[in-house]
Design a protein around this ligand. Structure first.
Ligand code: DCP
Ligand code: CA
Ligand code: CA
Length: 423
């Protein structure tokens, strides 16, 4: 037996819910289903800030971050659902509960790592190998991959007569699947990494169908050999679709992919990579030698980048269904900025009250206790903003105590410390 090509050892998927908060609101308000709608936070000023948008509304140009009223100008029939509030701030518990339901269904299929409120990584290596063994020697029935796209194989839609974009897209998808299945080794060796990806995609089709049947929620997915490629491919076709990203399509995709679109390269570090190397696209990283990347980023990170731009990455999917921390926050922008100790104490107590509730719920549900209390503060100064964070032991699940400890943690940073009341 030949050794598996480096980087193709695993089958990893990322599942991400489509317009998640919108779907949760549509489930409890059926009149919103299939309609252009959006979820807003604090409906007070200009219709509130939009944080989730249905795909019907996206077609009108409605996007996250718009004000409700601004969006209704683009799409007059847009309906707005509002995030519930508690303790003077957004209450996300219904979305967290929906997330738990989805994770429960998915975890019947394979090892799951919850990555955020609406996404999870799935290690399908064992399950896909087993499925590939059963499939060996037979051609995969493309009818079982009815929402699957294959990156690099989906462009060649034949029938150009139909002008309808949805029909064209579906024709392109089907042609792509057939071309992909044709490209699999003719004897369909169970050890073929490409057959294993295909088997993984079959399992993800089943998993997504089970999620929809049992929870009513639709999602999209990416199927590839590692977390970075799975996450990237999930976003290529949405909503209610899934995308296989085979290694052979990576270089074509990376050639026009801005570095910041890659998991873990979206922030400051990604910026330093593009600035230091004077590049824009992920594919351009391939021009640099290992030793050059070592020089600029150290051995460990250099190696990681060298592999990553070739589609190779090894971060494991860790079995974890629960968030590692429980946190809540609130922003006070512009004129709302807190300016007295009383205000700071008041809001710390509101946050601590939510925290106490959620910590108690978590202890009961998950038989665990929190150990550390961490407080982060963002300051909006004249010109530059700054932030800091401090932590201490979490003594008790008690709001007053949490608020008091939190205040002491940050009080040393109060620049108005000489005055008794100002912050
Ligand atoms: N969310 C939020 N504020 C943000 C980003 C997201 O409150 N800045 C919430 C609302 C989203 C949910 O998290 O519904 C999931 O975020 P996603 O980025 O996955 O976006 P959606 O699920 O809404 O849409 P998509 O179908 O593009 O994944
Ligand atoms: Ca989502
Ligand atoms: Ca997401």
């Amino acid at each position: 037996m030949e050794p598996v090509e480096r980087g193709k050892e695993r089958v990893v998927a990322l599942v991400d819910m489509d317009c998640f908060y919108v779907q949760v609101e549509q489930k409890s308000h059926p009149e919103l289903r299939g309609k252009p709608c959006a979820v807003v936070q604090y409906k007070t000023w200009q219709g509130g800030g939009i944080i989730a948008v249905s795909y019907e509304a996206r077609a009108y140009g409605v996007t996250r971050g718009m004000r409700g009223m601004e969006a209704q100008k683009k799409c007059p029939q847009l309906q707005l659902a509002r995030i519930p509030q508690a303790h003077g701030k957004a209450d996300l518990s219904k979305y967290r509960e929906a997330s738990v339901q989805v994770i429960a269904v998915m975890s019947r299929f394979a090892v799951i790592e919850r990555a955020s409120i609406d996404e999870a990584y799935v290690d399908l290596t064992a399950a896909a190998r087993q499925r590939a063994r059963q499939m060996e020697g037979q051609r995969v029935d493309s009818g079982l991959l009815k929402t699957t796209f294959v990156e690099g194989f989906s462009q060649n839609g034949q029938a150009q007569q139909s002008g309808d974009p949805a029909t064209l897209k579906e024709e392109g998808r089907r042609a792509g699947i057939e071309a992909w299945l044709d490209s699999l080794p003719p004897d369909c060796d169970q050890n073929s990494p490409e057959l294993q990806l295909t088997a993984g995609a079959l399992i993800v089709e089943e998993m997504r169908a089970a999620v929809e049947t049992e929870t009513g929620y639709r999602c999209s997915a990416g199927i590839s050999h590692n977390k970075v490629l799975a996450k990237l491919s999930c976003g290529l076709h949405k909503p209610n679709a899934q995308t296989i990203l085979p290694m052979c399509s990576v270089s074509g995709l990376f050639d026009a992919l801005p570095v910041g679109k890659i998991r873990n390269l979206g922030g400051k570090f990604g910026e330093s990579v593009t600035e230091q190397l004077h590049i824009k696209y992920m594919g351009q990283l391939r021009a640099f030698t290992e030793s050059r990347l070592h020089m600029d980023f150290g051995e460990k990170t250099g190696n990681w980048l060298f592999d990553l731009c070739r589609g190779v990455e090894f971060e494991p999917v860790r079995a974890r269904h629960l968030p590692k921390s429980i946190g809540c926050s609130k922003s006070f922008l512009g004129l709302q900025a807190l300016s007295s100790c009383e205000q700071v104490k008041h809001w710390l107590l509101q946050l601590a009250t939510e925290l106490e509730e959620r910590l108690n719920h978590d202890r009961q549900q998950n038989q665990r206790v929190g150990k550390q209390l961490s407080v982060s503060v963002r300051l909006e100064g004249s010109g530059k903003s700054s932030s800091f964070s401090r932590c201490c032991a979490l003594a008790q699940y008690q709001a007053q105590r949490i608020a008091k400890d939190a205040f002491e943690l940050i009080n040393g940073f109060n620049t108005a410390a000489n005055h008794q009341t100002a912050w």
